[in-house]
Each structure stands twice: as C-alpha cells, then as structure tokens.
Design a protein. Structure first.
Length: 168
C-alpha cells in the first residue's frame, strides 16, 4: 500500500512559540512527517507540503490547489492534514474526484503538545484508508465520517453526525 499525505495547515501543524505569544506554524516540516517517523509504518508514503494556513484563512483558490494536488497525484489513497474549522468545506470540494479514497484529518491541539490528538487522528486515518471504499471521509476523535454526514459541533468542539444521521 502507498499513501500520499498532503499538508494544508491547521492546528496539527502549529506550535505555541513563546516569542509569538499565540499559535503559529512550526518552522520544521509537516507534523505528519514526525508522526510517521515515530510510528515506523509498514507501507510506502509520500508527503506533499502544499500549504501552511489556518483553515479559516483558506480561500477558494487554496481549495482549488488542494483539489488539483489530490486529483493529479498518482496515489489512490490520500490523507490530507487540515484545520478542523473548514474541513467539511474542503471535503465537499474534493467529493467530485472519482476512484480515490481521500481522508481528511487534523487535530484540536498542535502535534507538538504532549496531550495532542494528532498522532491518534493520523493513525485512525491510516488504519481506515486501507479498508474504505473510494470517496471522501473525515477521521477525527476515533470515528470515520462520510464527509456529507458530519459537522464540527461548536458546543462540544468535536465532529458529530449531522442531525438525523446519528449512528452509534
């Protein structure tokens, strides 16, 4: 199996540098590169560092760039690290790509934080992508959602099934 990882930014790739006094993107490479190095995976992978943007700052042209990268890569299995606030919007843009399995994931806390969910969510995405049918999915907090069936809850700050779509 080979997976292409596409970095687009979001909290997963941020840090909290003392000098900045708020979240900022890390100087180093994508968080997924560090996560995969620690995990020592038994599959081939490629990482494309495309963007380092907060998802609230992604424009339509940024989403077009993400779409183009996912559509033109040779890989049939793609994991996209993305900010959680507009993950569903990007998933919708990607939903017209046929014949590929695309999983978007991210983190509520930067990968550099000890209590981050980044490693768990990337592992979830990787574990799921091998068995999912072609389509676009969101992997967060231990669940895999078809992109059109979920949303980020402002109340719980977690992804949940949309009303009327709950599955236990």
């Amino acid at each position: 199996m080979e997976i292409t990882f596409i970095q687009t930014g979001g909290t997963i790739d941020k840090d909290y540098p003392i000098r900045a006094g708020s979240y900022a993107f890390e100087i180093g490479g994508p968080a997924v590169a560090k996560i995969l190095k620690l995990a020592r995976p038994n599959f081939r992978f490629k990482i494309i560092s495309l963007l380092k943007k907060d998802s609230l700052d992604l424009s339509d042209s940024d989403r077009e760039l993400i779409y183009h990268a996912a559509k033109t890569t040779q890989a049939k299995k793609i994991v996209i690290t993305h900010g959680t606030d507009t993950m569903v919007r990007t998933a919708k843009k990607l939903s017209t790509i046929e014949g590929k399995t695309i999983v978007l994931t991210g983190a509520m806390l930067p990968d550099t934080f000890k209590q981050s969910d980044a490693m768990f969510n990337v592992g979830l995405a990787v574990g799921a992508i091998e068995t999912l049918s072609p389509g676009v999915y969101i992997a967060m907090s231990g669940r895999i959602y078809p992109w059109q069936q979920c949303e980020k809850s402002v109340k719980t700050v977690k992804f949940v099934y949309k009303a009327g779509r709950h599955v236990s």
